[in-house]
Design a binder for this molecule. Structure first.
Ligand code: ZN
Length: 125
């Protein structure tokens, strides 16, 4: 799933659920988008390249099938445990149950993981 799709869907969900509550609205968007920062951190740890430009450049070709003569490096999955719903959602909703202010964040994270699962097999983040 592309970042812009996560951003748009999070904006829509935030607007539907919290039309007059800007903090909660922003929290849905934060939960629905910033979970993907784990990809950037894992990329940087594996490559030593902490530039966003390098990560974006890598993201453009990492899903393409290998072609003869293509020797660009591949670093495997760039997902942390945050993208494992059976681990992250109970933790997320457990925290949201204990701290109600985190419910919009949990909502955004849940949307993000559903979208990632829905499009698994295509372009997945
Ligand atoms: Zn993701």
């Amino acid at each position: 799933m592309r970042f812009r799709t996560h951003l748009i869907t999070s904006l829509l969900l935030g607007a539907v659920c919290y039309p007059r509550q800007p903090v909660q609205f922003a929290s849905v968007v934060v939960g629905g988008t910033l979970i993907d920062l784990d990809h950037l951190v894992i990329y940087a740890l594996r490559t030593g390249d902490w530039s966003i430009v390098g990560a974006l450049r890598y993201d453009r070709y990492r899903h393409l099938p290998l072609q003869p003569g293509d020797h660009r490096p591949r670093y495997g999955f760039l997902r942390s445990w945050l993208h494992r719903p059976l681990l992250s959602l109970p933790l997320c909703w457990g925290l949201a149950w204990r701290y109600p202010a985190l419910r919009p964040v949990a909502l955004g994270v849940t949307l993000h993981l559903i979208l990632d699962r829905r499009w698994k097999g295509s372009v997945v983040h």
